[in-house]
Design a protein around this ligand. Structure first.
Ligand SMILES: Nc1ncnc2c1ncn2[C@@H]1O[C@H](COP(=O)(O)OP(=O)(O)OP(=O)(O)O)[C@@H](O)[C@H]1O
Ligand SMILES: [Mg+2]
Length: 240
């Protein structure tokens, strides 16, 4: 059984039909990339998983448990950590307080087995710059630092799966490279990652498998290696 499974999902915004019969699986410990151009349905897919745009039909299961119909906060508590496109830090809290709020919200007694609960020290090890900024207000951090703090806060919830919506977007090249290495280290801990991206270079070394979306449908799925070998698929479905 896959850790996370979407089968025949259809999602809407009001009357607009956005996702069509979308099926995908995520295995434990994998890094799966959802790729596609602007408007392909990447964000809607992760919002559907998180219960923020619940599917109108189809099934989504986490470890066999049905998620559709559960409120978003329950889905998050079952172990799905979501880092949305618009980084969400508390601007008037310090870095330390941002992490502390997340820790208190989630506690370490999550409803799922955690191999190693995340602590301030563990996230500072992963993102050393946050340690140096720990007394600084969230709102004064750079875009890259806010992205790292958002990921760090989400980790404090001890997710089983971390979903990141276009994490490299709008970041300077050096910051993107640092983030890529940090996500690589997260992968090494065995954490399951789902990444939406348009930036193929960002995910080419990190990803194990890809799904390519177009117009709310899965158009292609393969291993990352097979995808990188196929220039035709990249040309057809991505802006590269
Ligand atoms: N709130 C909304 N109401 C109506 N339509 C929406 C809404 N949000 C997105 N859409 C439409 O749904 C489709 C899929 O959008 P989505 O944001 O999922 O794509 P995406 O792949 O994440 O794109 P991007 O790369 O620009 O982030 C697009 O046609 C978009 O215009
Ligand atoms: Mg998007």
């Amino acid at each position: 059984m896959a850790l996370l499974e979407l089968s025949h999902v259809d999602s809407y915004y009001g009357d607009s039909h956005i996702l069509f019969d979308l099926s995908l699986t995520i295995e434990e410990g994998e890094v799966v990339c959802l790729l596609g151009r602007n408007g392909a349905g990447k964000t809607t897919t992760v919002r559907s998983i998180m219960g923020l745009t619940p599917p109108r039909s189809g099934r989504i299961t986490l470890g066999g448990q049905d998620l559709v119909g559960l409120p978003a906060f329950r889905i998050a508590r079952l172990g799905l950590g979501f880092v949305p496109e618009d980084r969400r830090v508390f601007p008037n809290l310090t870095v330390h307080e941002n992490l502390e709020v997340a820790r208190q919200t989630w506690g370490n007694g999550a409803a799922h087995p955690v191999v190693r609960p995340w602590t301030h020290d563990a996230v500072f090890e992963l993102f050393p710059v946050l340690r140096t900024r720990r007394s600084q207000l969230g709102g004064t951090l750079s875009g890259g630092e806010q992205q790292m703090l958002t990921i760090a806060r989400t980790l404090m919830g001890n997710p089983r799966i971390l979903l990141l919506d276009e994490p490299s977007e709008g970041l300077a090249p050096l910051v993107v490279e640092a983030l890529r290495q940090q996500l690589g280290r997260l992968k090494e801990t065995g954490l399951t990652l789902v990444l939406t991206e348009q930036n193929v270079r960002f995910v080419s070394e990190l990803g194990d498998r890809v799904y390519i979306l177009e117009k709310g449908m899965v158009r292609w799925t393969s291993s990352m290696a097979e995808f990188l070998d196929n220039a035709e698929v990249r040309r057809a479905y991505l802006a590269v």
